[in-house]
Design a protein around this ligand. Structure first.
Ligand code: AMP
Ligand code: MG
Length: 409
């Protein structure tokens, strides 16, 4: 199969208003419209294609067609017991997919989600809902709940809306690999396996959606940290006691049915071995990273990738309530000069993820950085951990799953 890549500028797509009940799409550019129509036709024919979302690139197909769903699993080589997220483009579509109320053909969104949907949809939040018979069991892997999301990316929204049916869309990488945040990442993993990749530029969040359950026995719980932060969810009324799976508690029964990614499978991994240095103090962390580099060198010729964060020391003075920041120092390329004491030679390739005080920048660069170093055939990637605050929670969750060695305090 020939994989074609077609580029769309997302700014050529607009929506009627802030209305999420039944928004209308406006596509002014004829080229954009013809690519979207072609993509919708492929999806109607049960094909799978790759599309950009605000989190990562997704491998999309008709969520209501068992044939189309099975193709997602085979293209990705995804374990068949790892359920998929269903993406909708309106609340009207969402209701039509829920178990119908008596004397009606539409369902009701549980009240507990009302404020959360109002505040965070469209966006990087997936919620668990009761599954209706319309959703094939291949999507949910036999579970009684279905994970649903209303994405904000104009291309995905417009495409779902044009199709008129929901799309299942896991990340568009080969199973186990880092998720794609650029169309070129998708091409690298799935060239020849799908007919179309829509290139909409770099994904804004860079990590997958937050999977949130407010209706299960452990609720409210974040099953997978992601693009929407724990802090934002906890601010919502009734969410003061929200917990994070794997951090605040684990549930052996839940682990048997891998309801959320990575509970059972290795994830997000480049080919190179990943060493995560999870130490709060930056100086200590850098010393450990340098020690690891030297040790690698002692084992012979080595190419080592470094994923480090940058610290910018900012002076700020408050003037009329406005903050003026000035960067006075930054510590890029700290590791390039580390030498091995023994005969071994070390080649160091450093990739700076972003400012450690801006975890949203780091999230955006994380998978890109892992893939960048992998493409340069490094033997090992040493990653500097960051605090588990805001997007840092999702970042560290992904890194722990990618790492084969974690050095803690
Ligand atoms: P991905 O599409 O690869 O980003 O992963 C989607 C994740 O959402 C899956 O790995 C699931 O574990 C999680 N998920 C999907 N459906 C359910 C469900 N019914 N219950 C709990 N988690 C789910
Ligand atoms: Mg994935």
């Amino acid at each position: 199969m020939i994989t074609r890549v077609k580029t769309i500028d997302p700014s050529t797509i607009q929506f009627s208003s802030d209305d999420i009940e039944d928004p209308q799409v406006h596509v002014t550019d004829p080229v954009t419209l013809s690519i979207l129509k072609e993509a919708a036709k492929l999806l109607t024919e049960d094909q799978v294609i790759a599309v950009p979302t605000e989190t990562v690139y997704g491998l999309a197909s008709n969520a209501l067609s068992p044939i189309a769903i099975k193709k997602i699993y085979s293209v990705k080589d995804r374990p068949s017991d790892n359920p998929l997220i269903v993406h909708v483009s309106s609340l009207k579509m969402l209701r039509s997919l829920l178990p119908p109320k008596e004397n009606s053909n539409i369902g009701e969104i549980p009240l507990i989600y009302e404020q959360i949907i109002k505040n965070f949809w469209p966006g990087p939040l997936t919620i668990l809902l009761p599954k209706s018979l319309l959703i094939p069991s291949e999507v949910t892997c036999g579970q009684s709940t279905v994970a649903m999301r209303f994405p904000s990316h104009p291309i995905t929204r417009a495409l779902i809306s044009l199709c008129g049916f929901p799309l299942a869309a896991p990340s568009a990488n080969a199973s186990g690999r880092p998720s794609p945040t650029l169309a070129s990442h998708v091409l690298m993993d799935l060239n020849g396996k799908i007919s179309l990749i829509i290139d909409g530029g770099q994904c804004n969040h860079g990590v997958e959606s937050t999977v949130f359950d407010a209706i299960g026995s452990q609720a409210p719980v974040i099953l997978r940290p992601g693009g929407l932060t724990f802090e934002s969810l906890r601010r919502m009324p009734g969410m003061e006691n929200i917990r994070i799976y794997n951090k605040d508690f684990v549930d052996k029964k839940l682990e048997m049915v891998p309801t959320t990614p990575g509970m059972k499978y290795r994830h997000y991994s480049p080919n190179a071995q990943v060493i995560l240095v999870d130490v709060c103090d930056k100086h200590k962390s850098h010393d450990i990273m340098k020690r690891e580099i030297r040790q690698m060198g002692e084992n012979g010729e080595r190419a080592i990738g470094i994923l480090a964060t940058r610290t910018s020391y900012v002076t700020s003075n408050e003037e009329n309530g406005k903050k003026n920041g000035k960067i006075i120092s930054s510590d890029d390329h700290l590791f390039s000069n580390v030498k091995s004491n023994s005969r071994g030679t070390i080649k160091i390739i450093e990739y700076t993820l972003g400012d450690s005080t801006h975890p949203e920048q780091i999230a955006k660069e994380l998978f890109k950085g892992l893939r960048y170093l992998d493409e340069r055939n490094v033997d090992c990637i040493i990653v500097e951990g960051i605090p588990e605050k805001e997007e840092g929670l999702a970042i560290m969750n992904r890194l722990r799953k990618a790492a084969s060695k974690i050095i803690g305090e």
